[in-house]
Design a binder for this molecule. Structure first.
Ligand SMILES: *[C@@H]1O[C@H](CO)[C@@H](O)[C@H](O)[C@H]1NC(C)=O
Ligand SMILES: *[C@@H]1O[C@H](CO)[C@@H](O)[C@H](O)[C@H]1NC(C)=O
Ligand SMILES: *[C@@H]1O[C@H](CO)[C@@H](O)[C@H](O)[C@H]1NC(C)=O
Ligand SMILES: *[C@@H]1O[C@H](CO)[C@@H](O)[C@H](O)[C@H]1NC(C)=O
Ligand SMILES: *[C@@H]1O[C@H](CO)[C@@H](O)[C@H](O)[C@H]1NC(C)=O
Ligand SMILES: *[C@@H]1O[C@H](CO)[C@@H](O)[C@H](O)[C@H]1NC(C)=O
Ligand SMILES: *[C@@H]1O[C@H](CO)[C@@H](O)[C@H](O)[C@H]1NC(C)=O
Ligand SMILES: *[C@@H]1O[C@H](CO)[C@@H](O)[C@H](O)[C@H]1NC(C)=O
Ligand SMILES: *[C@@H]1O[C@H](CO)[C@@H](O)[C@H](O)[C@H]1NC(C)=O
Ligand SMILES: *[C@@H]1O[C@H](CO)[C@@H](O)[C@H](O)[C@H]1NC(C)=O
Ligand SMILES: *[C@@H]1O[C@H](CO)[C@@H](O)[C@H](O)[C@H]1NC(C)=O
Ligand SMILES: *[C@@H]1O[C@H](CO)[C@@H](O)[C@H](O)[C@H]1NC(C)=O
Length: 827
């Protein structure tokens, strides 16, 4: 990785409280603007900071010479010359040197850097202790020292940092107790102390913190019970979304107050020594997606409120002492994908309603005391790819589709279960239990003595038959395994993908950085981060548009997001802006790029945070690929349908015009599914800017009437959709190679001259015999969309409906038609 030393401050923010918008630019981005605008307020570092930096350098071990740039006079330190240093007004505010192979210790002199906001030295080989003196830094917000070899204890002094938002010390060699004072930081949002050797119990203060959203203490040596004071005393909303305490030596029982954490999405307590019953209050966790209590000593039965945790995706209760019947209404857990109840004492019948839980992909009920038959409704679980009911007390035949799909090891250990392998055939009629009971064998033995010749012949024949049977078995088994393996290969994606796709419902808001006047608001999404994490993320420019600049930002924890920095002067006033952006943040559709958060800086700078789309835009996917990469028709038609679906949702559900739909605004995820971007952004712009934006930039995609009306409508969107479909069919970009005419005119002229087949992308013609009609019908539809007269154009619902009729396969699940695709290009 080549990291540029030029941290470019692209904003004119001045004072100490708002200066951290310092995206590092990668040299690898060729189109990054020349790092000109270095408008530092003070270039010369203060003497105190200069001395502190020299002291820090002297205690670090630097095998790769990263700190060689920390040389010379105080002149260079703040002007971008010293690696990993960011300043404001001559004071160091950021030290950011991850993955640099640094050893040695972090000097206590670091406290002389009075303006330090962020210390990020993760993924090095640092030893020694976490400096106690960090507690003297009043502006410290982020401490990221994970993946090092730090020793000693977590300094209690960190609790004195009034602005501390993120403390990440995971995966070090820290010992001693968690200092209760840590909970005194009222801005602390993310605390990760996992994978150390911390001892003692969980401080009560942490359970009452109104600011912590992410608390990870797993893989330590913590003991004692979990305090029962979660959610504090009142009933205000607590922000905790993730709580992981697994792999410790925690005892006691599950505290009922956990039920107060209304935003909790993940709760893991596995591999501890927790006993007692599951409290009824847990049923209140309606946002909980992942519950792992495995390998404890939890007893009692599942509380009646259990099915109220309706967002559950993963439920693992393996290896406990749970007993009793499963609740009748488990099937209300409609999103449950993995259910592992293995190794408990559950009894009674397997509820047939499990067959209604269509998302289930993994179901493990092994090593319990379930009785009765396996309900045939389980055959309906189309996504089921892992199933185990072994070692129970089940009886009767295994439903045929289950016995075909899963091998004997999913069913063994149920003496009265039959039909799952050739050695356990079911009798034709429902068996009278005695006939197959093992008690028949001894009586046979007792008759052995009085053998006649006839008997001997019969026995010999029997033995021969048995040998033949065994041989048959072996051959069948082999065939069966192959089949099962083949099935596995073609199986569904694993549960984990499902987790990340399914987001919780409504918006949770985290306001932070009140100190700086900055404000970060999250909508629902897969993860949370602090404002500083965002502002100091490593970023590269992806492109610029009339709305502003888009960056790909990598957060400290490795998550990638797309950040759009809006042009400051052109947006609406703050109140209007917030109203509008809240609307955008609620829009969720698989073909619309999700807005996850926004940030308002103290100087009116506005950042929007979206999902990052690794395959870039449709424009570069189509037009900037290598000559040997082809894109087949199934991929193209899936993109076309995706764009139509996204636009249909915008028009019909959100009552929103896009106004700037182009192939550069259609982004592709890892599976090459289309996500429309930039919808609704014009609503964030002030009047004049909004219309300017709406009509600019869409050259080639803008309907002809726009030049007069200047007002985008549903019909101008349909025109743009038509151009995109033409682009997919012809492989041509609307801006080039069509001899002066725009793409619709060019296509129309060829069709008129009956050279229709000349229109299509050459690659598509290879399979044209198979898909010819589909291509022609799609072409007709696209030409209908780009009709010069707006009233003649269809509505997007009609377009979608016709596309789905023309391309029935594309309406189904995205297949594995993975074409080799080019890397996304930077625009
Ligand atoms: C100081 O560091 C800069 C940047 O790495 C380097 O170009 C320069 O030669 C160094 N000067 C000395 C005296 O080491
Ligand atoms: C935390 O803050 C409170 C007052 O806000 C103070 O009384 C207490 O001593 C502090 N705790 C620690 C451990 O510093
Ligand atoms: C945890 O504590 C126990 C007993 O105090 C000790 O034997 C064990 O080595 C500790 N484990 C770790 C990982 O520190
Ligand atoms: C807590 O909630 C209860 C009922 O849900 C309500 O009566 C009470 O006033 C609330 N308390 C506070 C402090 O908001
Ligand atoms: C459940 O566990 C608790 C605590 O470990 C224990 O006191 C209680 O006796 C157990 N109950 C049953 C029915 O085993
Ligand atoms: C489940 O939730 C519903 C609605 O929120 C509530 O009426 C019901 O009492 C809950 N059930 C249990 C057993 O807590
Ligand atoms: C759930 O499953 C049961 C038994 O298989 C069936 O009778 C019932 O109609 C199903 N309910 C729904 C809502 O599908
Ligand atoms: C349930 O847990 C056991 C033990 O971790 C594991 O072997 C099994 O694969 C799990 N079942 C599923 C369906 O993941
Ligand atoms: C299993 O359940 C049956 C009744 O359903 C009960 O008689 C038996 O004792 C249970 N076995 C165990 C080991 O709990
Ligand atoms: C199996 O169930 C029968 C009754 O249904 C019971 O008598 C027997 O104890 C159970 N076996 C086990 C191992 O629990
Ligand atoms: C089912 O569970 C049993 C016992 O836990 C285990 O031995 C077996 O390998 C499992 N089979 C499958 C297919 O996971
Ligand atoms: C289940 O997942 C779907 C799709 O992700 C989501 O829309 C729905 O809200 C989820 N249901 C619950 C109860 O969480």
């Amino acid at each position: 990785m080549v990291e540029s030393r030029n941290g470019v401050s692209r904003n004119r923010l001045t004072p100490r409280n708002s200066l951290c918008f310092l995206f590092f630019l990668f040299l690898a981005v060729p189109i990054a603007p020349s790092s000109s605008s270095r408008e530092w307020d003070g270039v010369i570092v203060t003497q105190a900071d200069y001395q502190a930096l020299l002291a820090i350098r002297s205690e670090l071990v630097d095998p790769h010479g990263v700190l060689r740039s920390w040389n010379g006079s105080a002149l260079g330190a703040c002007s971008g010359g010293w690696a990993g240093i960011k300043c404001a007004q001559g004071q160091v505010i950021v030290i950011q040197l991850p993955w640099k192979g640094l050893g040695g210790r972090i000097s206590e002199k670091i406290a002389q850097l009075g303006a330090l906001r962020r210390l990020s030295l993760h993924d090095n080989s640092l030893t020694g202790v976490v400096p106690q003196s960090l507690g003297f830094l009043p502006y410290l917000r982020g401490v990221h020292l994970f993946n090092n070899r730090l020793l000693g204890s977590v300094p209690p002094s960190l609790g004195n940092c009034p602005l501390l938002q993120a403390l990440d010390l995971r995966n070090n060699l820290l010992s001693g107790p968690i200092p209760p004072a840590i909970a005194n930081s009222t801005k602390l949002m993310r605390l990760d102390l996992s994978s150390n050797s911390l001892t003692g119990s969980i401080p009560v203060g942490l359970t009452r913190s109104p600011s912590i959203a992410f608390l990870a203490l797993e893989r330590n040596n913590l003991s004692g019970p979990i305090p029962d004071s979660w959610g504090g005393v009142g009933n205000s909303t607590y922000l905790l979304t993730t709580l992981t305490l697994d792999h410790n030596r925690i005892s006691g029982s599950i505290p009922p107050s956990l039920g107060k954490l209304g935003l909790l999405q993940k709760l893991s307590m596995s591999h501890n020594q927790i006993g007692g019953a599951i409290p009824d209050e847990l049923g209140r966790l309606s946002r909980l997606r992942e519950l792992d209590l495995s390998f404890n000593s939890v007893n009692g039965s599942l509380p009646a409120s259990f099915p109220n945790m309706s967002s559950l995706v993963v439920l693992n209760l393996e290896g406990n002492q749970l007993r009793g019947l499963l609740p009748d209404a488990l099937d209300r857990l409609l999103n449950l994908s993995m259910l592992n109840l293995s190794n408990n004492k559950f009894q009674g019948k397997i509820p047939s309603t499990i067959g209604n839980m269509s998302s289930i992909s993994k179901l493990d009920l092994s090593e319990n005391n379930f009785t009765g038959e396996i309900p045939s409704s389980l055959q309906n679980l189309a996504n089921l790819n892992s199933f185990n009911v072994s070692y129970n007390n089940l009886s009767g035949p295994v439903p045929s589709r289950l016995s075909e799909k899963f091998n004997a090891s999913s069913f063994v250990g149920n003496i009265q279960l039959c039909g799952y392998s050739s050695s356990t055939p079911c009798p034709n009629s429902p068996p009278p239990q005695s006939s197959i009971s093992p008690s028949a064998e001894p009586s046979m033995g007792s008759r052995k003595r009085k053998l006649t010749t006839k008997d001997i012949i019969l026995i010999a024949a029997g033995i021969l038959l048995a040998i033949l049977l065994v041989l048959c078995c072996i051959v069948l088994c082999c065939l069966f395994r192959k089949k099962a393996a083949a099935k596995k290969k073609n199986g569904k994606p694993p549960a984990s993908t499902a987790i990340s796709e399914k987001a919780g419902s409504s918006g949770m808001e985290v306001e932070s950085g009140g100190d700086a006047g900055g404000k970060l608001v999250h909508f629902d999404g897969p993860f949370v981060f602090a404002a500083d994490d965002l502002l100091c993320a490593t970023a590269e420019i992806m492109g610029k548009s009339s709305y502003g600049t888009a960056y790909k930002a990598t957060l400290e924890d490795g998550h990638q997001v797309a950040v759009k920095r809006l042009r400051e002067k052109t947006t609406k006033s703050q109140k209007e802006f917030e109203n509008e952006v809240a609307v955008l943040g609620r829009i969720r559709h698989p073909n619309l790029l999700a807005l996850r958060a926004y940030y308002l800086g103290p100087k009116r700078e506005k950042l929007l945070v979206f999902d990052y789309m690794p395959k870039g835009s449709l424009a570069s996917f189509l037009h900037a690929r290598g000559p040997e990469t082809s894109i087949d028709w199934p991929t193209r038609r899936r993109i076309a349908i995706g764009v139509a679906r996204g636009l249909n949702h915008l028009h019909t559900q959100e009552n929103m015009v896009h106004g700037n739909l182009t192939s550069s605004n259609v982004l592709l995820d890892e599976q090459v599914n289309a996500h429309i971007a930039d919808y609704g952004l014009s609503r964030l712009m002030s009047g004049g800017a909004a219309t300017m934006v709406a009509t600019a930039g869409a050259l080639g995609y803008a309907a002809p009437e726009l030049s007069k009306t200047k007002k985008p409508t549903n019909k101008t969107d349909v025109y743009s959709l038509g151009v995109i479909v033409l682009e997919l069919l012809t492989g041509k970009s609307p801006s080039e190679g069509t001899s002066g005419r725009d793409l619709p005119q060019w296509v129309a002229s060829l069709v008129k001259e009956e050279w229709t087949t000349e229109v299509f992308d050459l690659e598509l013609m290879r399979d044209a015999t198979a898909i010819g009609d589909e291509l022609l019908n799609t072409l007709k539809l696209a030409l209908h969309c780009v009709d010069p007269s707006p009233t003649s154009r269809p509505e997007v619902q009609e377009v979608l409906q016709q596309l789905e009729e023309i391309m029935p396969e594309a309406s189904a699940e995205p297949g594995n038609e993975g074409t080799e695709v080019p890397a996304p290009m930077v625009e």
